[in-house]
Ligand binder design. Structure first.
Ligand SMILES: [Zn+2]
Length: 113
């Protein structure tokens, strides 16, 4: 265990690396969040947004998993739906900018590294 930031609750404390249910991803998690089964909310929004609109495009297994997480995070399903739709819209706007040449992949790589 190392002292680092929990990606679920943001606490600076001892964390472990956990494999997420939402995509092939690991994240830092404090023992309190690990015990509760909470996953990082933002990762879940992005993962579902990559699959499609909530809930009609999401398979039943993930619907159950998401609803469980929403209860843990105390987030209403309507709010989650709104945030997934917004993430999809942002992604589409970004792809459109890439296709029209307003944004170059090289520019993004420079920003992030
Ligand atoms: Zn935590």
């Amino acid at each position: 265990m190392v002292e680092t930031k929990c990606e679920v609750c943001g606490a600076e404390t001892e964390c472990v690396a956990v494999c997420g249910a939402f995509g092939a991803i690991t994240y830092s998690c404090c023992l309190k969040c690990l015990a509760s089964g909470k996953e990082p909310y933002r990762l879940m929004v992005d993962y579902i947004a990559n699959a499609g609109h909530w809930p009609e495009d999401i398979n039943v297994y993930y619907q159950e998993e998401v609803r469980q997480q929403l209860r843990l995070h105390n987030v209403p399903e309507e709010v989650f739906k709104f945030e997934v739709d917004r993430a999809i819209a942002e992604e589409q706007a970004f792809i459109q900018e890439m296709c029209t040449g307003k944004v170059e992949l090289a520019d993004i790589m420079e920003d992030e590294f």
